[in-house]
Design a protein around this ligand. Structure first.
Ligand code: ACM
Ligand code: ZN
Length: 521
């Protein structure tokens, strides 16, 4: 089982699923029951008829309690007996996680998309009491550098559900591509979602693919993904990057930049000087209109606005930016970014949404209602944010950035990450919401590469987020990973070879010179 549950008590004997097995459930649970039925019928061919009475022989019972019998809203209890299986929780989400655990206890053949005849479907008897350590367990997926299609997004969401992760942070805008349809600004797609070419072969290479790259999600498709995720108890958080990493928006509407210069959607990667101009009112008008459409699509109460890596060179030379600084009494060019963040935060708050951003959004006077995502530097700001009541998500780049090579970030380095910052008072620890792993896609053009980067490291991240500190154990994790990776094989996931995800130190040093030169993809 990955992530490992809070309490596991093995028992003698086995439960055997057969064509006579029934399911009984509280009537409001229809949706999760359908999920369970699909899961089971695909591989076993059994259609699980409904049993109106619970706890009968050969029955899987899903019981929703309306009391606080189970303390954590994501928690559940699973009891597997010779005669029956019982999953209990106080929320649909808890029941769903109980189903995911049960799924992982079945033979891996349960993942088959085709019916396997004559197979004996047994689960070992045990009782499990389980709940997550952190409430934020996320993956960030950059679809700007490389577009990934609907099937890949849905498949990724399915995999998050398998390991009880609950946040899909969708990085929808980048220098190299704007990927979300905005009805009011059609050029964001007509121009911003396409680029002429793409650098390949890594940071030090001079090669290009020699092919254009394009792709976006319509608003209908965005809704479809949100709905798909919601059935799996995953919240989709959109990210619209402000003010940096916005070359694609500027290529579409050059008036958004300080110098109005026409640029192309970049074909290389890195940090660009063309960023949004906060000196002009028209920039805020654009952003508010864009965000208005984003808000109307995404039910989550959080909108991510990026905020990282915004070089201020053009702001220094821009008369509009200089005037803004004077009018608003801003003492430094950095305060101009904070003015921008605050203003957008206020706009979002007026629509009932909270602003989230990378740790660069933090200053002495940041609105403590903003959620800060810590990736690099700025640890002092993060601690101060927590001290003053703010909430944070941990995405430490050296541990949970899944775009790095396994030579730089071996599986063990990810697994052994402890996200709880030191010297946080016990009563403030819950302000550290949890952990999120980003997958940046400069060198991730397709699903196979995505799978290789993400798995098995994401399984380690799920355990950082879910499993209690005292239950975490790398040796046990590696052992459980053997059958988990076979499960991934069944699901068609091109995960990295378990023999290669923990290169020894000598190998790491020897290969470090290769790290900058990524394999051609
Ligand atoms: C980041 O990796 N620039 C947040
Ligand atoms: Zn400007």
């Amino acid at each position: 089982m990955i992530p490992y549950p809070s309490k596991v008590e093995p028992k003698e004997n086995k439960f055997t699923l057969n064509s006579e097995t029934r399911v009984s459930f509280s009537p409001e649970l229809t949706q999760v029951v359908d999920y369970l039925k699909d899961l089971i019928s695909n591989s076993t061919g059994f259609s699980l008829a409904t049993n109106l009475e619970t706890n009968k022989k050969n029955t899987i019972s899903l019981i929703l309690h309306d009391t606080n019998k189970i303390e954590n809203t994501e928690g559940y209890q699973l009891s597997i007996n010779m005669d029956n299986i019982i999953i209990e929780a106080t929320t649909h989400q808890g029941i769903f996680y109980g189903i995911q655990t049960l799924r992982q206890l079945f033979p891996i053949e349960i993942e088959s998309r085709e019916v396997i005849e004559e197979f004996i479907w047994t689960v070992p008897c045990m009782s499990i009491v389980d709940n997550p350590r952190f409430k934020w367990r996320g993956l960030m997926f950059d679809v700007g550098r490389h577009f990934h299609d609907m099937e890949t997004i849905k498949r990724t969401i399915d995999l998050l559900a398998l390991i009880k992760m609950n946040i899909f942070h969708w990085h929808l805008t980048e220098d190299q591509g704007w990927r979300i349809e905005i009805k009011k600004y059609p050029k964001l797609i007509e121009i911003g979602s396409k680029r002429e070419d793409t650098k390949i072969g890594g940071w030090t290479s001079n090669k290009f693919r020699g092919k254009s790259h394009t792709g976006h999600y319509t608003q209908e498709q965005i809704k479809e993904i949100i709905e798909y995720a919601s059935k799996r108890f995953i919240t989709v958080i959109p990210e619209i990057e402000i003010p940096g990493h916005s070359s694609a928006a500027i290529a579409s509407y050059p008036g958004l930049s300080c110098d109005n210069k026409e640029i192309n959607v970049p074909t290389k990667f890195g940090i660009f000087y063309d960023i949004l101009c906060p000196g002009k009112e028209t920039t805020f008008e654009f952003l508010e209109n864009v965000l208005e459409e984003v808000i109307s699509l995404f039910p989550a109460d959080i909108i991510h606005i990026g905020g990282d890596e915004a070089p201020k060179k053009k702001w220094r030379q821009c008369k509009d930016c200089q005037k803004r600084m004077k009018d608003e009494d801003l003492k430094s060019i950095h305060e101009l970014q904070h003015y921008t963040t605050k203003r957008i935060g206020k706009f979002l708050a007026s629509k009932g949404k909270r602003l989230m951003g990378w740790n660069e959004i933090l200053t002495e006077t940041t609105d403590r209602k903003f959620i800060a995502q810590w990736w690099m530097r700025g640890k002092r700001d993060i601690k101060k944010h927590i001290n003053e009541g703010g909430e944070v998500v941990i995405s430490k780049f050296s541990r949970v950035y899944l775009d790095y090579n396994y030579i730089v970030t071996p599986l063990k380095k990810t697994y052994s990450h402890e996200p709880m910052l030191k010297k946080i008072k016990p009563e403030q620890q819950k302000q550290l919401l949890g952990v999120e792993a980003p997958i940046w896609t400069e060198w991730v053009p397709n699903r196979d590469r995505l799978d290789w980067q993400v798995f098995p490291r994401l399984a380690a991240v799920s355990e950082i987020g879910w499993t209690s500190r005292s239950n975490k154990n790398y040796k046990s994790f590696r052992k459980r990973l053997i059958s988990f990776s076979r499960r991934l094989d069944y699901l068609g996931v091109n995960h990295a070879d378990l023999e290669k995800v923990d290169p020894n130190l000598l190998k790491r040093i020897w290969n470090l010179r290769r790290v900058l030169k990524w394999p051609e993809i």
